[in-house]
Design a protein around this ligand. Structure first.
Ligand SMILES: [Zn+2]
Length: 455
């Protein structure tokens, strides 16, 4: 049966429209979108409607590390020491823990404006680094978390083989990540069989990084993945990574990656922080999505993405919650822009003559890039696409007198959190009146897992 909704205003593919009738089919796809409609027989929505944001880069288990890596210990405090903390933490995790942590995180993501999460899934094995009896156990845990919360999921099995550009073996906590291309393709088959034709599930493949995947394995993984699958990789996040890559290959990471695989619309390059002029130009013109995770990148002291050059060159981008120190899509875009302002000493960096609203341009760019990187029919309110949307609270002060892109500017750059009232994923309401209905139960399970892990 088709459900009909009526929104006072909605962001449609060709711009904002008023009095929009949205019809959603029983399969959770949008059937019709009609602006200027009287709304007869419709459920009236409480405020403006936006397409839900895809979170294009997430490691769900890291949600449970919040507060564990902000304390100065003897020695330097860097990305690399943070990584040691992360390895120590994950030594204790079992699949049921990951399911509980993922469910908690995904509720928070839904309440923060995300309707799809792309899980860069690299925690594969048991505490001793051996495959579980069912080698997909951790993938099922992530999927279970997504089901409890009701978020749509693109799962990316991650290939992870070496501890550096010199090909050194994995040690300690890293052994839980080890997966060669054949193992990742096998995992894709297993998960694909269970996902079947569920329209709210998709797959992709992710070589972890150039430091963790040697060239031959990178080629094998890319060759083995069906051409329809998105490919994701971490690249050029840290200065030391650039230095090590230069030493080992005489090329910088993004240039090296382009040499090895060629860049195209299939790729999502996560972080892509440290680029020289040629690399910035190459990325912008490649059709690949830059996967930006501003809150995590700030937390880890990564550096700033070359946003002006990227947008100038027609580059694509999306946003990710990554280590999940931030779970708010609007705040992620705010920090993306504010980092640029603070270093360039100018305002409205992402805006352009053609798209003068900073918030409008960023939200639309991240929708398009996130949809591309997730490999799912989302990101626009249009017939045939999934009914993944956010309904804002029309009674909130942030709405006062504002419409269209001015509203997006206020949501991203105004005070407080964006007043998200209702969230729909694949035609089902998963958040109503600002609260997830299973929030209490999922929160209780999360607290008991954390109590045990941190004891
Ligand atoms: Zn990551």
């Amino acid at each position: 049966m088709t459900a009909a909704y009526h929104a006072p205003q909605a962001l449609l593919p060709d711009g904002w429209a008023r009095d929009v009738r949205l019809e959603v089919g029983a399969d959770g796809s949008i059937v019709a979108v009609r602006p200027g409609d009287a709304g007869e027989g419709c459920e009236r929505l409480a405020g403006a409607v936006l397409p839900g944001m895809p979170d294009l880069h997430c490691h769900a288990f890291q949600r449970a590390m919040a507060g564990l890596a902000q304390r100065l210990e003897p020695g330097e405090a860097s990305f690399w020491t943070w990584r040691e903390t992360m390895y120590r933490f994950l030594e204790r995790l079992e699949p049921e823990d990951v399911a509980a942590i993922a469910a908690q995180l995904y509720v928070e993501l839904l309440e923060g404006g995300y309707t799809t999460v792309v899980e860069f899934h690299y925690l594969h094995h048991d505490r001793d680094g051996r495959p579980y009896a069912d080698p997909a156990s951790m993938a099922w845990a992530v999927d279970e978390g997504a089901r409890r919360a009701g978020i749509a999921l693109t799962l990316l099995p991650v290939v992870y083989l070496t501890g550096g550009f010199d090909g050194r073996a994995l040690e300690g906590g890293q052994r839980r990540f080890r997966l060669d291309p054949a193992g990742a393709l096998d995992l894709l088959d297993r998960v694909g069989e269970r996902f079947g034709d569920d329209p709210d599930r998709a797959l992709g493949l992710a070589p972890h990084s150039l430091r963790a995947v040697p060239p031959a394995a990178l080629a094998e993984a890319v060759r083995g993945a069906a051409p329809s699958l998105p490919l994701h990789i971490h690249v050029a996040e840290q200065v030391r990574e650039v230095r090590d890559c230069l030493e080992a290959t005489a090329r910088r990471p993004l240039a090296r990656l382009a040499d090895l695989v060629g860049l195209s619309e299939r790729w999502c390059l996560v972080h892509a922080t440290h680029l020289d002029d040629d690399e910035a130009l190459l990325l912008a013109g490649s059709g690949a999505v830059a996967g930006l995770c501003p809150t995590t990148e700030a937390d880890l002291g990564d550096g700033l993405f070359r946003l002006p050059e990227h947008l100038e060159g027609g580059g694509r981008l999306g946003i990710g919650s990554d280590s999940n120190v931030g779970t708010d899509a609007f705040a992620e875009l705010r920090l993306l822009e504010y980092g640029q302002r603070l270093t360039s000493l100018r305002r409205l960096v992402a805006a352009s003559a053609a798209e003068p609203s900073t918030g409008g341009r960023l939200w639309r760019a991240a929708l398009a890039g996130g949809a591309q990187a997730s490999g799912r029919p989302i990101g626009r309110l249009a017939p045939g696409l999934r009914a993944d949307l956010l309904v804002l609270d029309g009674a909130s002060p942030i709405h006062a007198g504002l419409a269209g892109d001015r509203l997006l500017d206020a949501l991203i750059f105004g005070p407080g959190r964006a007043p998200i009232r209702d969230v729909m994923v694949g035609g089902r309401w998963v958040v109503r009146d600002g609260l997830h209905p299973r929030r209490a139960a999922i929160g209780a399970a999360y607290r008991s897992v954390l109590a045990r892990l941190l004891a």
